[in-house]
Structure formats: C-alpha cells, structure tokens
Design a protein around this ligand. Structure first.
Ligand code: GUN
Length: 291
C-alpha cells in the first residue's frame, strides 16, 4: 500500500505556482488577485477561507476577503458579485458555500462572470468542462486528477466507481474520469443514496472515489484487493482527543481499508490540500484564459 501524500504534492505545486508568479513580476505582468466572499461564521467555512487566503500569501498572490453577517440580503450579495465582476484588479473570486437559507446559492453562482469563476461552479464552466472545452474545472475534482497524475496511476480502461453525485464533486469528477485523456479513459459508475447493492458495485472497482460526506462509510468488505481509494470526505466529528473538540474524518474507514489498497489518500492530508492548490492554479489561469 502506498499513501498518496496530498500535502507534499500540494507544497510542490505551490512552489511551482510561486515561481510562475516571480516570473510574471519580472516580466512586469499583473500579480494574480483572488477575492473570497464569506457569509456568516460557520466553522468549516471560516477554516477553508482562512486556508485559501494564507495559500495566496504563500505563492505571492494578492487576496481580498469580503465578509458579511448571516443576515445579509441576497440583493446586497448580488451587488457585491457585480462589483467584483467589473473590478479589473480582481482576476477571480469565489463565494464560499454553503450560504444562509434565505439566499439562493444558484442565483449567486449564476451572477458570477464565468470568466472569473475560479471555483468552476457556473453552468457555463460546468457545461464547457463536461465537453472538454477551455474552462475553469472545479477545484476538488481537478485536485483528485492531479493526484492520480503525479502518482502515475493508470486510469485507462479501469473501472472507476464514484460514490456521491454532488454538483461540486461527484458529477464533475465522474465526467473528468470518463474523458478521452489521462487521467481519464475510465469506465465510470456513479453510486448514490438510492443505489441498490452498493457494496457489490464498489467491490468491482479498480478506483473508488468516495465523496458522499458520510464518515467512515467505506469499509474493507466493500473494497477489492489492490484498489485505489480516494477519500473526499471532510466531516467534523466530535473528539475528546483534540483541543478543538473535533477531528476531520473521511468517508473511508481508513485503518481497515488501507491494507487492501494499492494507493489510498488519508484525511487530513490527502485531497483537502489539493483543492486549495487547484483554486490557486485556476486563479493563475484567470489572468490569461481566453474562452
Ligand atoms: N464549500 C465547500 N467546498 C467549497 C468550494 O470548493 N468552494 C466554495 N466556494 N465553497 C465550498
């Protein structure tokens, strides 16, 4: 079994990005600038956005954090999105999800200029990416493919089973894994909450991407010997062993699944750090992308 070290890979990529930024500075080009909108005080969202801002600093990007309280109106948020759309200094921006119930996430996402949508959530980017056109690919799926690539994991003709059908991970990663490319060219099956005999399906998988958000869902008996397991889960589970009172838990029962795998990602330190570098890569791309 080989552990896929997302932290080390993400550090290596950050170094590459940072060199790219230095080169841009020497050539007198604009320094990439990412903005993030954060609504409310959800613990997970606060942590993610803080990591995104810190990572921008690490690679030499500029970053701007715009915060609102939970009671911000949809109208005010839409106005801020519009302002960022028209601000030439900002290359790309994200609106951290989830948003409070009174705000339509879809309406906000669709208000973002797709040329600045570095999360790759806008329907134009989703559609373009699904048919292999120039686009921003959403960060977590892009990060997963980057890990497969950096570890030279064979995907062509392999049976890839994706568990979860979210717009952010399940659907886009399934799409990417079936594209005529490397990584890709896989035979893809998508399982979800209504799938019958799910374990029978996962046991046939050469590659399993677990992205359902249910801690320790995937157990050893659901995994074929030698499978590649990618764990996208990041649920905060109460713990009396940590200072914060919780620990980040993946969708895979790591201790029993790992010994059966050829490769596996840990949580934390697997897919998570890759999501952030994919966002940085998209922001760099935003300075020069032509649709
Ligand atoms: N919430 C959870 N993951 C993400 C992400 O990748 N982008 C945004 N904007 N919100 C999220």
């Amino acid at each position: 079994m080989e552990l896929i070290d997302g932290k080390a890979i993400s550090e290596a990529i950050k170094k590459e990005i940072s060199e790219e930024v230095q080169k841009r500075v020497q050539e007198g080009k604009k320094i990439p600038h990412l903005a993030a909108i954060l609504v409310g005080h959800d613990g997970g969202s606060e942590t993610y956005v803080a990591h995104k801002v810190k990572s921008c600093e690490q690679v030499g990007f500029k970053s701007t954090l715009i915060r609102f309280e939970d009671n911000v109106s949809e109208e005010e948020l839409l106005q801020t999105v519009e302002k960022l759309n028209n601000d030439d200094e900002i290359d790309g921006f994200i609106v951290q999800l989830p948003l409070p119930k009174h705000i339509s996430e879809q309406k906000i996402i669709e208000a973002i200029d797709y040329r600045k949508d570095v999360d790759g959530f806008h329907p134009i980017n989703v559609g373009r990416s699904s048919i292999g056109l120039t686009s921003f690919v959403s960060a977590t799926p892009a990060g997963i493919l980057e890990l497969l690539k950096r570890y030279n994991i064979e995907t062509s003709g392999k049976h890839c089973v994706v568990i979860g059908r979210s717009n952010i991970v399940g659907k886009p990663v399934a799409n990417l894994m079936m594209q005529k490319a490397y990584p890709g060219d896989a035979t893809v099956t998508v399982c979800h909450s209504r799938t019958k005999n799910l374990a029978d399906v996962t046991r046939q998988a050469d590659i399993i991407i677990a992205a359902l958000g249910q801690p320790e869902f995937l157990t050893a008996e659901m995994v074929k010997e030698g499978a590649v397991v990618i764990d996208v889960g990041t649920t905060r589970v109460p713990s009396d062993k940590t200072k914060s009172g919780w620990k980040l838990t993946g969708d895979v029962k790591f201790d029993e699944v790992a010994p059966k795998c050829s490769y596996i990602t840990p949580v934390p330190g697997g897919v998570g750090p890759m999501t952030i570098v994919s966002l940085l890569k998209n922001t760099l791309l935003a300075t020069e992308i032509e649709f």
